[in-house]
Structures are given as C-alpha cells and as structure tokens.
Design a protein around this ligand. Structure first.
Ligand code: FES
Length: 108
C-alpha cells in the first residue's frame, strides 16, 4: 500500500496552477489539470530545472529552460523516444479536501 502524504488543500491550487513541494525529501511538481491533481518529479531530467515552474497545457508540461516536454500523467519525455529522460510520476488522491501524494509510481 502506497504511503500518501497530505501536501495541501484542494483549494490551495487552482486549475492551471502548479507548485513545487518537498515530499519526504523528494522534490515534486504538483499540477492542477482541469481539477485533477497530477504529480511528477520536479527536477527536469535534462538539466535539473524546476518542472513546476515550467508552462503546462493539458497534461503536457514544457520545461522553461530548453522546452523539453513531459507528460504529467506518466512522466514520459515526449519529444523523443528516449525513456532514460522520462520524469518520475507519482500517485495522487484527494481525501477530505486534502491533496495527497505518494512517492510510489502512479498507476496510470
Ligand atoms: S533543463 Fe529542462 S529542458 Fe533543459
């Protein structure tokens, strides 16, 4: 069973907003995608920029430095078929109005 940690209230992150979080020492980017909370490792697999500070549209985030794109649902690097550059994705859930993140991989 994945260990979920509460990271914020649902109302803290509006649709289209993202936030960088420290979850048990792991830096996580949390994104509100049309009311669904998706989480990936915050550090860009290319050169370490914050993905939470990138721009996102739908389920795709673009890193602000060199604009590599990643799927927020799976962490997959979208610009080339190079899985070694995938970001990690993390499971999320909402319980009693709290957004929770687990460091276990998301089952998506
Ligand atoms: S640091 Fe993210 S694309 Fe280069």
């Amino acid at each position: 069973m994945a260990a979920f940690q509460s990271v914020c209230q649902v109302g803290d992150l509006r649709v289209g907003e993202s936030r960088m979080l420290n979850v048990g020492g792991q830096m996580v980017g949390l994104f509100n995608v049309d009311g669904e909370f998706l989480a990936v490792s915050n550090e860009c697999p290319h050169a370490g920029a914050s993905l939470a500070h990138g721009t996102f549209e739908g389920e795709t985030v673009s890193c602000r430095i060199h604009h590599w794109r990643f799927c927020l649902r799976t962490g997959r690097y979208l610009d080339e078929d190079k899985p070694e550059f995938n970001a990690r994705s993390f499971a999320t859930r909402v319980v009693n109005g709290e957004v929770q993140v687990s460091l276990e991989p998301a089952a998506r």
